[in-house]
Design a protein around this ligand. Structure first.
Ligand SMILES: Cc1cc2nc3c(=O)[nH]c(=O)nc-3n(C[C@H](O)[C@H](O)[C@H](O)COP(=O)(O)OP(=O)(O)OC[C@H]3O[C@@H](n4cnc5c(N)ncnc54)[C@H](O)[C@@H]3O)c2cc1C
Length: 269
């Protein structure tokens, strides 16, 4: 299939990109194109104007400090996957990125694009929700920071408004003595997961928190009880059935994967 006709702009700076988006509220940002282009080709979206940010070099930056990692809107998933300093501060990113699709898709797909797309079956929105990430958004009105827990609104729907560009996402470091892990189950390696769990465990207090993907309309974050966390997760998720799995099977996976994720997070050196 071919996409419907659209106007294409290729700004060189964030300011130019924001001005183009402000002038045309129906314009969409084009980043890696790994989700948007299939939607256009299948005629599930038909924006009249694509603002292609691939030439905006200032958005292609990763900043790592002891407090966390700021990922610019043009940073490819494969680039962050190989960034040892970022992985050290945010091990969950290093765990989750290899689970996103296939290397060829991660070579083009951006970390921020995955979050802006807001797919509840995607790994990076779940990691962002679990860690309490912040989404930085620019528009003609200025800059605003939106916490991940209010950014994801519904499947493929976020707090982004027309005319807005996500410029970066801030992933805070986990506190010391906190173990982390991501586990998931998909039918084939690289497919979207039927269910996935990203978890943090405080090894001193035992406090456990997990974010679920593929089993709720948005990434679902739960503070898990020490007694039967898997059962609590199964009772809390809201999975849908599709051609890949029944809702009951996905709920069962939430139980099993919760136990595995917590064990892996506790054992992490
Ligand atoms: C075969 C296949 C398998 C996949 N499997 C997985 C998987 O297992 N797990 C997973 O998580 N993902 C998967 N993906 C999706 C992939 O991770 C995409 O790269 C990602 O979802 C979108 O990133 P992108 O940079 O390609 O964004 P694009 O496709 O360019 O954009 C996606 C959406 O986000 C918006 N957007 C992008 N950047 C910005 C921005 N800076 N500001 C505002 N809006 C923006 C666009 O307007 C568009 O609506 C798969 C994709 C394919 C094709």
């Amino acid at each position: 299939m071919k996409p419907p006709p659209f106007r294409w702009s290729s700004p060189g700076t964030t300011a130019e990109a924001v001005a183009l988006l402000a002038a045309d509220p129906r314009a969409k940002v084009l980043a890696g194109g790994q989700s948007l282009i299939p939607l256009l080709n299948m005629r599930l979206a038909s924006p009249p104007h694509l603002v292609d940010i691939n030439r905006v070099a200032e958005l292609d930056a990763v900043e790592v400090t002891g407090d966390g990692v700021r990922v610019g809107a043009l940073v490819r998933q494969a680039h962050l996957e190989r960034d040892e300093a970022a992985r050290k501060v945010c091990p969950l990113l290093g765990d989750a990125l290899p689970l996103v699709a296939h290397p060829v898709i991660r070579n083009r797909g951006t970390v921020v694009g995955s979050i802006a797309h807001g797919d509840p079956a995607a790994e990076l929105p779940a990691v962002a929700a679990l860690l309490g990430a912040t989404v930085r958004i620019a528009s003609a009105a200025g800059v605003r920071d939106v916490p991940a827990d209010v950014f994801f609104v519904a499947p493929l729907e976020t707090a982004l408004r027309p005319g807005e560009l996500v410029t970066s996402v801030w992933f805070p470091a986990v506190p010391p003595a906190t173990g982390t892990a991501v586990v998931e189950l998909s039918r084939r390696h690289g497919d979207y997961a039927l269910c996935g769990v990203a978890a943090t465990v405080d090894r001193e207090t035992g406090a456990a928190r997990a974010a679920y993907l593929g089993v709720a309309p948005v990434p679902l974050v739960l503070d898990l009880p020490a007694d039967d966390p898997g059962g609590y997760a199964a009772a809390s998720v809201d999975p849908e059935a599709d051609i890949h799995a029944t809702a009951a099977y996905r709920r069962h996976l939430a139980t099993v994967l919760t136990r595995r994720a917590l064990a892996a997070a506790r054992d992490r050196p």
